[in-house]
Design a protein. Structure first.
Length: 264
C-alpha cells in the first residue's frame, strides 16, 4: 500500500497536473496552496464565459459549492459538461447539502449533469443526497462517517462513481468495494476548509491515476498522514493550518513508509 501511494504522489510531483477549481471564497487560498504543495498546478476560475476554455487545458476539474450563486451553479454545469466531453475526471464537493432546499437541489443537479467521478462529503452531506428529507447542521456533519456508509453505497452505485465520506475514519466506496482510512488528527476538524482541501487533493490524484477508486484512497491517505505530522508540530488550529501545507510539501517516502508500515 505504501509503495503504491509513493508512486502516485511521485506522479503528481513529476507531472504537475493542472487542476481547475470552481470553489468557494472561504478556501480558495488554502486549496490553491495545498495543490501547489503536493506538486499540482491549481487554477481558480469560475467566470461563466471562461470555464469551458479553462477545462479545455485542465487535467481534472474540482467543483465545490461552498459559496453558491445562480451564476456559479451555471458555471459548474458548463465546466462539468465540458469535462465529461473531454473525459477528464470531475471531483465534486456538495458542501452543506441538506442545509437548505436550494443547496440540496443544486447538488443533485450538478451530479445529474456533470456525472462526477468522485463525490466527497461529510456523513450528513452524503446522507442528504440520498434522503432529501434529512437536514444538516450547516456545513458540519451531525453524524459519524460510518452511519452514512449505506447511503454512500447507494449514491455510488446509482451514479457510477466513487463516494468518499470524510470523518474520524474516512470511508471510500464504489458501491461494492469499501476501503477505510484511519489516519488523521482531531485538530484537523478545527481548521476551516480541511474537507475542501481533501477534495482538491483528490483532484490531483484523479488527474494522474485512471483508477478512480485507488486515487480516492491514496488522496485521503495523504490527507490523513499529513494531518498527523502537522498536528505533532502544532499548538492549535492556526499553526495547524501552516504546518499542514509545509508537511504536505515535504512529505517523504520515509514518512509514508513509517505511517503505512502496519498496513503492509
Amino acid at each position: 500500500m505504501g509503495n503504491k501511494l509513493i508512486e502516485n504522489l511521485s506522479a503528481i510531483r513529476e507531472q504537475a497536473p493542472l487542476v481547475h477549481n470552481i470553489t468557494n471564497f472561504v478556501v480558495m487560498n488554502t486549496t490553491a496552496n495545498a495543490l501547489l504543495a503536493i506538486g499540482a498546478s491549481p487554477v481558480m476560475a469560475h467566470a461563466l464565459h471562461e470555464v469551458k476554455d479553462m477545462v479545455n487545458i485542465a487535467s481534472a476539474l474540482v467543483i465545490n459549492m461552498g459559496t453558491l450563486s445562480e451564476e456559479w451553479v451555471e458555471s459548474m454545469i458548463i465546466a462539468g459538461e465540458k469535462a465529461r466531453e473531454r473525459k477528464i475526471p470531475v471531483v465534486f464537493d456538495p458542501v452543506g447539502a441538506g442545509a437548505t432546499p436550494y443547496r440540496t437541489s443544486s447538488a443533485l443537479r450538478i451530479i445529474e449533469t456533470c456525472k462526477p467521478n468522485i463525490i466527497r462529503g461529510n456523513a450528513s452531506e452524503i446522507m442528504a443526497l440520498v434522503d432529501q428529507t434529512m437536514l444538516t447542521k450547516g456545513v458540519d456533519s451531525s453524524v459519524a462517517a460510518d452511519v452514512a456508509l449505506e447511503s454512500a453505497k447507494i449514491l455510488a452505485s446509482g451514479n457510477n462513481c466513487v463516494v468518499v465520506i470524510s470523518g474520524e475514519i474516512d470511508f471510500i466506496t464504489d458501491g461494492i468495494k469499501v476501503e477505510s482510512v484511519g489516519f488523521g488528527n482531531q485538530l484537523m476538524a478545527k481548521v476551516t476548509g480541511m474537507g475542501c482541501t481533501a477534495t482538491a487533493v483528490l483532484g490531483a490524484f484523479a488527474a494522474t491515476n485512471p483508477n478512480t477508486f485507488q486515487a480516492a484512497v491514496f488522496g485521503m491517505m495523504v490527507m490523513g498522514i499529513t494531518g498527523e505530522f502537522a498536528a505533532s508540530k502544532s499548538n492549535g488550529p492556526g499553526s495547524m493550518q501552516m504546518h499542514f501545507i509545509d508537511c504536505l510539501y515535504s512529505l517523504s517516502e520515509i514518512e509514508i513508509e513509517k505511517a503505512t508500515c502496519t498496513l503492509q
